[in-house]
Ligand binder design. Structure first.
Ligand SMILES: [Zn+2]
Length: 213
């Protein structure tokens, strides 16, 4: 199980209009009160895929996490996200008000969303990615005193890097932070938000029945 994965289970018993979510299988079906036996299950229990990963398992990626705390417990909306980049070893490069950091191992990135940017994954590509990352990191823009919350922030670092990669297909998405978020961030956070809402409901209610009609 990936780090932080609560292991939410899903099954359908007697009623295909409803899905049951839980952390531990109940003894009785919450819809019909009949003892659960796998024979009667319309869909046998499976684990709902955990959308988050650890930075170390997402090399050569753009990664995001809430500015404070983790996704499952602290995420509110996409407005308050921090963004960084991993190299081929999964080390995180990130820019904040304290300047640019390169973190080899850091618990703050143990539950993040990785954003697939390009499908290319050859060793030459990974070398090129790492090389470009080093070049961008050496720019003077990332000193702590140059940080500006609105105009020179974590997104500025990531967009500068992605522009420097010179990937033709990416170009239309790199015109602004807004465009980049629309094309790459929002689709991923939408999916994650569904999982987070489900997690919070299962924690609150225990066995949760959700209509799929
Ligand atoms: Zn039932």
């Amino acid at each position: 199980m990936p780090e932080g994965d609560p292991g939410i289970l899903c099954f359908q018993h007697c009623d295909i209009q409803h899905k049951v979510f839980c952390l531990e299988l109940p003894d009785f079906c919450p819809k019909c009160d009949i003892p659960l036996t796998s024979v009667q299950l319309k869909i046998p229990p499976f684990q709902v895929p955990f959308p988050f990963t650890c930075a170390r398992k997402a090399p050569n990626s753009v990664i995001i996490r809430p500015t404070d705390g983790d996704f499952l417990h602290f995420y509110q909306n996409a407005a308050d996200l921090h963004i960084g980049i991993t190299d081929s070893k999964g080390d995180v490069y990130e820019f904040d008000k304290f300047g640019l950091h390169i973190r080899a191992k850091n618990w703050t990135w143990s539950q993040c969303l990785s954003i697939p940017i390009v499908s290319e994954s050859s060793s030459m590509w990974r070398e090129y990615w790492d090389y470009t990352l080093i070049i961008v990191s050496q720019m003077s823009n990332w000193q702590a005193e140059k940080y500006k919350e609105d105009s020179n922030n974590c997104y500025s670092f990531v967009l500068t890097f992605l522009r420097m990669l010179q990937v033709k297909e990416l170009k239309p998405s790199l015109t602004s932070k807004t465009q980049f978020c629309k094309d790459f961030i929002v689709p991923r956070t939408k999916n994650a938000a569904k999982y987070i809402a489900l997690y919070r409901q299962v924690i609150k209610d225990g066995v949760t029945v959700i209509s799929c009609a």
